[in-house]
Design a protein around this ligand. Structure first.
Ligand code: ME8
Length: 530
């Protein structure tokens, strides 16, 4: 029977599990938007996607943040974790699992994992003496990386000298295996410039790292120890596995792993590359679990050249952006404007220019003009199938090539180029309508009028294809386009990448009343009077 057939491997994609020391900012939103676009694209391809996000709630940094607000750590985590969920809702983030590391089921998984690594002989006790950055939650082993007065180069705050009796993970034992892994799987770390960086770290020699804290109370207890808690990173990374568990049933590594491990893609910022591409694979090897397939480290959103972040306080407020410009504008701008993998700077002028030019003009305006003409001349009804309308027409070939290009770029995680390819379809459509000028053909009547009616079908078919091919980037806008074309929301939700093939629109299909799908952002100049 069908239930005995092996199920296809799911596509498991993760964002970082964000610290709840402060509410989300545009940097956290950026990673999540990118992950969402990739998840949506994979769903279009027909994959069973498990999209994991969540919050990292233990450790010194969180305990300090809670105390500063006068809350208990638990209350504080509830509030901030909720703020993440609310923003994801406003940004149309289609996550499947939201894991909080204070979930008791996650804690059970962390302890089981710790005991496995211990049983494998990779945990020992020793004194640690070093410089610690609380904002990174990391001992700085390489003091050359620090700025003057032992300041952390990312957070610009002095690292503090710490001496503790801790448990250590024997990372150095995995040096050779990690070198081999990186050599044999050059796709493991992406983009490739980051692979070189990781190989450099590994080759320069790996040092064991401390995985417990005697000085921190807000954390998961080390099994059979009452004085030490597990280091946040030895806890949070396991969230990627525990998130896979069902809400009920046994909380064991085995059940979680069977639900979809290993991850297909960990999407992270380059600040936490060492944890994901060095520590995590070694931890997994020690516990006898498979490695994720790809770790992609994207760049930073910067402000005046410095990483935008909660600790520096130089952030851009995503809620504010969404309220002013809408989720589609925000998603589109960052995915289109920042070459995925590189750093990118935000400027409001640029934001408004790009979003208006691409979404309001190239796409929105073209759709609106075309539907207006169809209403006026054809009672909003398509005169013929789009396949017939496009017979022998080179425009169709152009669209097909661009769709192929977009797919290729999405598959390579080149999200900006994917947007570009889809927008090219819009540009081609604008060119086509301007060259053919159906509005004047309709005035001539007869055969000219028939040709004009076909031209409208051709443009609208291109719009339909855009609505699917861009739906991973701007889902709400694309849904509005699709329903303007006379489809239901359910039909939009059920569309797959196969539907980007030319020929979806059929003669007789009735379009909705034309109304703008994307409102131009009007700039309020300083000194403007209402
Ligand atoms: O590191 N530009 O959480 P975190 C782009 N809890 N992306 C940025 C960014 C910026 N300016 N600032 C932050 C942690 N990010 C750990 C992760 S995972 C098991 C534990 C994004 O809240 C980027 O993805 O500090 C970065 O890696 C992440 O937020 C750090 O989030």
């Amino acid at each position: 029977t069908s239930s005995n057939l092996p199920t296809a491997e799911p596509y498991v994609i993760t964002t970082p599990l964000y610290y709840v020391n402060a509410p989300p900012h545009m940097g956290s939103a950026y990673s999540t938007i990118a992950a969402d676009a990739i998840a949506r694209f994979q769903r279009l391809l027909g994959k069973k996607v498990i999209f994991i996000t969540g919050t990292d709630e233990h450790g010194e940094k969180i305990a300090t943040a809670a105390a500063a607000c006068g809350s208990s750590p638990n209350e504080h985590c509830d509030v901030i974790s909720q703020a993440y969920k609310a923003l994801w809702e406003d940004l149309d983030i289609s996550y499947d699992k939201f894991i909080r590391t204070t979930n008791p089921r996650h804690e059970a998984i962390v302890k089981e994992f710790y005991l496995r690594v211990l049983a494998n002989g990779d945990i020992y006790r020793a004194d640690y003496d070093g410089l610690y950055c609380v904002n990174c939650e990391e001992y700085k082993v390489d003091e050359k990386e620090l700025l003057d007065s032992n300041c952390c180069p990312i957070h610009l705050k002095p690292c503090v000298a710490r001496k503790e009796d801790n448990y250590f993970f024997a990372l150095s034992k995995y040096q050779k295996k990690l070198e081999e892994t990186l050599e044999q799987n050059p796709d493991f770390v992406q983009p490739s410039s980051r692979l070189n960086e990781v190989q450099g770290w590994v080759k320069s020699g790996l040092r064991d790292f401390s995985i417990s804290r005697a000085s921190v109370d807000w954390g998961i207890r080390v099994p059979n120890e009452d004085k030490q808690t597990i280091y946040v990173w030895f806890d949070a990374l396991l969230g990627y596995i525990s998130a896979l568990m069902e809400e009920k049933g046994q909380a064991t590594l085995q059940t979680a792993v069977l639900s979809g491990w290993p991850a297909s893609l960990h999407l992270i910022g380059k600040d936490i590359l060492r944890f994901h591409a060095v520590y995590w694979p070694a931890m997994l090897m020690s516990a006898g679990l498979s490695l994720p397939k790809i770790v992609f480290g994207h760049g930073f959103l910067t402000k005046d050249g410095m990483k935008m972040g909660k600790s520096l306080g130089n952030t851009l407020e995503p809620n504010d952006l969404v309220q002013r410009f809408g989720s589609d504008g925000v998603r589109y701008f960052f995915l289109r404007e920042v070459e995925f993998g590189d750093d990118g700077d935000y400027s409001e002028d640029r934001f408004i220019n790009i979003v208006n030019a691409h979404l309001a003009n190239t796409i929105g305006n073209l759709l609106n003009r075309t539907l207006g003409l169809l209403k006026k001349n054809c009672q909003s009804t398509l005169v013929v199938d789009s396949t017939i309308a496009a017979e022998g027409n080179a425009f169709k070939d152009t669209v097909e090539k661009l769709v192929e290009k977009a797919r290729f770029q999405y598959e390579n995680l080149s999200l900006s180029s994917a947007c570009e390819a889809v927008l090219e379809i819009g540009n081609a459509g604008n060119l086509y309508i301007d060259e053919h000028a159906p509005w004047s053909l309709f005035k001539q009547g007869g055969a000219a009028s028939e040709a004009a009616a076909k031209d409208l079908v051709i443009i609208l078919e291109a719009m339909r294809i855009i609505a699917i091919a861009l739906s991973a980037i701007t889902p709400s806008l694309c849904k509005r386009i699709y329903t303007q074309l006379g489809y239901s929301e359910d039909q939009f939700n059920a569309a797959t990448w196969d539907d980007t093939k030319w020929g979806g629109l059929k003669g007789g299909q009735i379009m909705a009343q034309p109304k703008p799908v994307f409102a131009r952002i009007e700039i309020q100049m300083e000194g403007d009077v209402e």
